[in-house]
Design a protein around this ligand. Structure first.
Ligand SMILES: [Zn+2]
Ligand SMILES: [Zn+2]
Length: 119
């Protein structure tokens, strides 16, 4: 599997430079991708020492986030961005995943519907 699109078993989320996401720093809404240039630790899943969450450049993406730099517990990961959920629900490359994961599909649909009613 290429790093364009993978799955992080530790944080239970899609990773790779093909995945748009917002920075995992609390309160930061900078949109990045979950590629190696944004990962804390600079290697897949953050390597041995880092959390493997994804940050914009100001918050340590590709290097270390504030928590790892301080030797503290990692930040809580931010949810996937709506456009990525939409992609998983509609893109043909995710058809197989949708067939195999009906529960997650239902969850995503519910999340997206909630978002759109909130404006
Ligand atoms: Zn970190
Ligand atoms: Zn940030």
């Amino acid at each position: 599997m290429s790093w364009a699109n993978g799955y992080d078993e530790h944080w239970n989320r899609d990773v790779g430079y093909g995945v748009p996401a917002s920075c995992d720093h609390p309160g930061c809404s900078q949109v990045i991708d979950r590629g190696l240039s944004h990962i804390c630790g600079g290697e897949p899943h953050g390597g041995e020492e880092a959390c493997g969450l994804f940050f914009c450049l100001q918050h340590g993406g590709g290097n270390q986030c504030a928590r790892c730099a301080a030797g503290a517990e990692p930040f809580a990961p931010t949810p996937d961005v709506p456009c990525w959920m939409q992609h998983k629900l509609t893109d043909s490359s995710w058809q197989k995943w949708r067939d195999e994961n009906p529960d997650e599909v239902a969850q995503l649909r519910a999340l997206i519907n909630k978002d759109s009613t909130n404006g």
